[in-house]
Structure formats: structure tokens, C-alpha cells
Design a protein. Structure first.
Length: 117
């Protein structure tokens, strides 16, 4: 599975990258919305993980743009909140809560891209 992770928090990016790599998942990390959109269009990852508070604003526009591209890539919103309503209203395929056990992220990845795992 190829995952593109968008977060501007190096600690989060490093931790998720390390964990997913240990799970045999290829991960690329970008730090802002512009890089996210460019890399997603160029590389066509299997899944995009988006930190809900990427940069200064909530990532609603980035998710909408990713979903509007030709063959949309499943997007999983990452947040510290337990409220998944913003993810479903943004058009994301799924929602993962940071702070849940790490295996819960693997479950969400498998649900949105089962053929890629």
C-alpha cells in the first residue's frame, strides 16, 4: 500500500511514518496543502491521510479537491477529536482518531483500500 500523509507536525509525521513503515506500508509525508495536492496528483497513492488541522485552516478544501480529481483517492481524516462528523461532511472516506491504539489506523486503512493491503 502507498500512503501519502499530510501533516505539518513533524512529531506526528515521524511517528506515523515509523509505525506504518514497520507494517510494510510505503509512506510519503508532505507538510502543506499545496504539496499534498501536487503529490497526490503526480503519484496517485492508494490512500491519503490528512491531518484535519493541516496548516492554518481545517483541511476541507483539500479533501474536496482530492475528491474532485479524476479517479479520487480515498482520504482518511486524522484528528484528536472523537467527533467524526467533520470527516463525513468533507467527503472523506473515513476518520481516524489520533490517540487510539495504532492498530485501529490499520483497520481503517484496510476498510478504505482492502486491495492495496
Amino acid at each position: 500500500m502507498r500512503v501519502l500523509l499530510a501533516t505539518d507536525r513533524p512529531d506526528l509525521g515521524n511517528a506515523l511514518c515509523l509505525y506504518l513503515t514497520e507494517c510494510q506500508i510505503d509512506v510519503d509525508v508532505v507538510g502543506d496543502t499545496d504539496c499534498l495536492l501536487a503529490r497526490a496528483a503526480a503519484e496517485h497513492p492508494d490512500v491519503v491521510l490528512v491531518d484535519w488541522h493541516l496548516g492554518e485552516a481545517v483541511s476541507t478544501q483539500a479533501v474536496a479537491h482530492l475528491q474532485g480529481c479524476g479517479a479520487p483517492t480515498p482520504v482518511i481524516i486524522l484528528s484528536t477529536s472523537q467527533d467524526s462528523a467533520p470527516a463525513s461532511s468533507s467527503g472523506a472516506a473515513a476518520y481516524a482518531t489520533l490517540g487510539d491504539p495504532p492498530d485501529s489506523l490499520l483497520t481503517v486503512l484496510a476498510a478504505v483500500a482492502p486491495a492495496a493491503l
